[in-house]
Ligand binder design. Structure first.
Ligand SMILES: Nc1ncnc2c1ncn2[C@@H]1O[C@H](COP(=O)(O)OP(=O)(O)OP(=O)(O)O)[C@@H](O)[C@H]1O
Ligand SMILES: [Mg+2]
Length: 148
């Protein structure tokens, strides 16, 4: 199966739930396991939250854009913002690194995204924005899995 979608929304925290639910609906035809759904939703949630909070400081007007492609049982996705950008990507991806400890952030977002995806990459330019790309391959749809 092949499918493709784009979704854009303004940077308010409420739209994290929109993104999570929309993306869960999009991958439903792949008949994912509960664990696969949970992992996929978590990646989307972490990346979108980062774009809203760090990229745009919840400004309520700038756009976060999601683009997703299904190709057989593989999902490729980008989460883009045109916000603040990341000063040092390598450092940002280290476990427990956060620029916002005062907001009770744990600095584990990228670490979680990496562990739940098959491939994750980050491109970012200060003042221009950030693009997070990931791929996740789901277990193939079989007659048995259809009955789950
Ligand atoms: N889209 C983005 N735009 C600008 N900076 C970002 C973006 N995404 C991540 N960052 C930077 O990378 C750091 C690490 O991100 P990460 O998601 O790992 O941790 P966190 O968001 O600080 O905390 P947590 O995700 O655990 O709540 C952030 O603190 C922030 O400085
Ligand atoms: Mg985060």
């Amino acid at each position: 199966m092949k499918n493709e979608m784009t979704l854009s929304f303004v940077a308010i925290e409420e739209n994290e739930a929109l993104a999570r639910m929309a993306m869960t609906c999009f991958i439903t035809p792949l008949d994912p396991t509960i664990e696969e759904i949970s992992e996929f939703k978590t990646i989307v949630s972490e990346a979108v939250t980062n774009a809203i909070i760090h990229g745009y400081e919840c400004d309520g007007k700038s756009q976060v854009t999601l683009h997703a492609v299904i190709d057989d049982n593989k999902v490729s996705m980008t989460i883009s913002d045109e916000g603040a950008g990341i000063f040092d990507i390598e450092q940002a991806m280290e476990p427990m690194f956060t620029t916002r400890p005062f907001m009770e952030r744990s600095g584990m977002g990228f670490t979680i995204m990496e562990s739940f995806s098959d491939r994750l990459s980050v491109e970012s330019v200060i003042g221009r924005g950030t693009v997070v790309k990931f791929e996740k391959t789901f277990s193939p749809v079989t007659e048995t899995s259809r009955m789950r």
